[in-house]
Design a protein around this ligand. Sequence first.
Ligand code: OAD
Length: 244
Amino acid sequence: MEFPGALLESLRRAQRVAVLTGAGISQESGLRTFRDSQSGIWAKYRPEDLASPEGFRRNPQMVWDWYAWRRLAVEGVRPNAGHYALVQMALHFADFTLITQNVDGLHAAAGTRAPIELHGNIRHVRCSECAARAEHWDESEKQVPRCALCGGLLRPDVVWFGEPLPRAELERALRASTECQVFFSIGTSAIVQPAASLPYAARRTGAIVVEINAESTPLTGAAAFSLRGKSGEVLPALVKALWQ
Ligand code: OAD
């Protein structure tokens, strides 16, 4: 795989790098992305029915069951070459921040230290009333499990449409984006805000924006370099081209 010389040069000089990932980086681990028109997670449902506070109020059982199914899918998968290449990459920069929209926990499983999980983590569950984190719940129950403290319905500890992102995580992500010299957008359709605004914030403050995606996205035209391909192939090849 050939990479533009100017990109390799910029990366060899860079000290501060930020990376934003989306569902595409987990696709090669066997997880579905959201917007694939054939097999995507939203293919059969409307996002607002399954991933919103209103959807949960309307039909908590359906929402709980959908996340239980996704939790099961996540438990059975391992990080792939793309996740591991980012762990390698981090070793070469003084400052490396990984920001993810993914709730699958695969970056941490691969060994990335303290990834910023902007949309939460699907393995965690909290009370929809008192917000207390639940450590144990009965997945086999036919009904949505309830909070041991207040009796409220339990829900996944993820960010739904219409909900604010965790403030500390968003602030850290924005700081890393505006302070980095190179910003990667990897495997994300780059349309869900506020994550989608991070590459533009990085570009405004002088960073070189690099996109790695199997297809073009609304960000493609604004990126300095757009690498078309699977992240599980492009990222290891990039690490090899840079440092081996
Ligand atoms: P999407 O499903 O919107 O986009 C996945 C992107 O990954 C697409 O642009 C694909 O072209 C690309 N892609 C697929 N396979 C790839 C591969 N092997 N290598 C590289 N790229 C690949 O997923 P996200 O952008 O993550 O939010 O979606 C963002 C947010 O929208 C999600 O966090 C979720 C969703 O609705 C909530 O649930 C709140």
